[in-house]
Design a binder for this molecule. Sequence first.
Ligand code: UFG
Length: 334
Amino acid sequence: MKVLVTGGAGYIGSHTVVELINAEYSVVIADDLSNARHEVIDRVQAITGTRPLFYQINCADKRELQTVFTRNEIDAVIHFAGFKAVGESVHKPLQYYRNNLDSTMTLLEVMEEFGCKKFIFSSSATVYGPENPHPYKEEMPAIQSSSPYGWTKVMIERILTDYTTAHPDFCAVLLRYFNPIGAHESGLLGDDPNGIPNNLMPYIARVAAGQLEKLTIFGGDYPTPDGTCQRDYLHVVDLAVGHLKALEYAKSHVGVEAINLGTGNGVSVFELVQAFEKVNNIKLNYIIGPRRDGDLPAFWADATKAKALLGWEATHTIEDMCESAWGFAKNTSL
Ligand code: UFG
């Protein structure tokens, strides 16, 4: 089976490509490298012994995408490609709506042209918005978000739902990720954002590597047990395996299905910092600063649907996540 992975050179995409190749799928990557490096393809080859086919294209470019589908008989698409910085999206809403929506709609048009009917979408817990109580369950209304980035996820979920209604033989799985962190055990793949990281774990890793002076914990006065925000952190390799399970599911199903991928546990910023220090034997320099706009105090997944429908559950611990994240960061900071 041949799978097109858009954004396959990115953080979650590259880990998913490794799992796909290990499960003997034939993989084609489409990535414009706007937030990824070409070297990732070499690293995937080093890990798996197989080099995935790579096209440096933007998925909103219909002609280029048609070329990929003409040259390859694509059976399914896993769509990661998209802009993903929450804060940046507030300042550049048009870029986010244009890029994320256009690429998805172009993909759907080209898939229709070539008769491809299996679609796995990279959605986010952000679609539950600020109103739903946690743990988040898939049947809750997922029609809110607090940033243009998040709204692109809400809108794409809507587009895929409407498209599936119009094409009942199509299958769309909307995977709602919680907070993926950690890295591949080889130390060759991980989260390596351009510039100063927005997300917690890559920021911690750069402080640990001495590339950034100190971590600012955004808010110590939240209504949580230790005053810092709680999130559902999951290992990126567990998340990658979740895509494989979703693909298996899509092979024999039609219709649209939203599924949470999380551990079902809340972990605070403090707890994560302490776990990182302990497992890696490193002292992190940090201060407690003001709250960051738009952050919710706490949320985590109800992960029962993923287990029931996909037979998936997270297996890695917070310690595994912290150890592997540092294993990767050490390599890249040398
Ligand atoms: N945090 C810090 N200091 C930092 C960075 C983050 O204290 O330097 C805290 C945040 O305040 C938050 C926690 O660490 O409490 C996690 O923050 P991240 O930025 O790593 O992750 P978020 O939960 O904010 O964002 C995630 C995904 C988004 C998604 C969003 C939904 O990265 O894709 O959840 O709320 F949209």
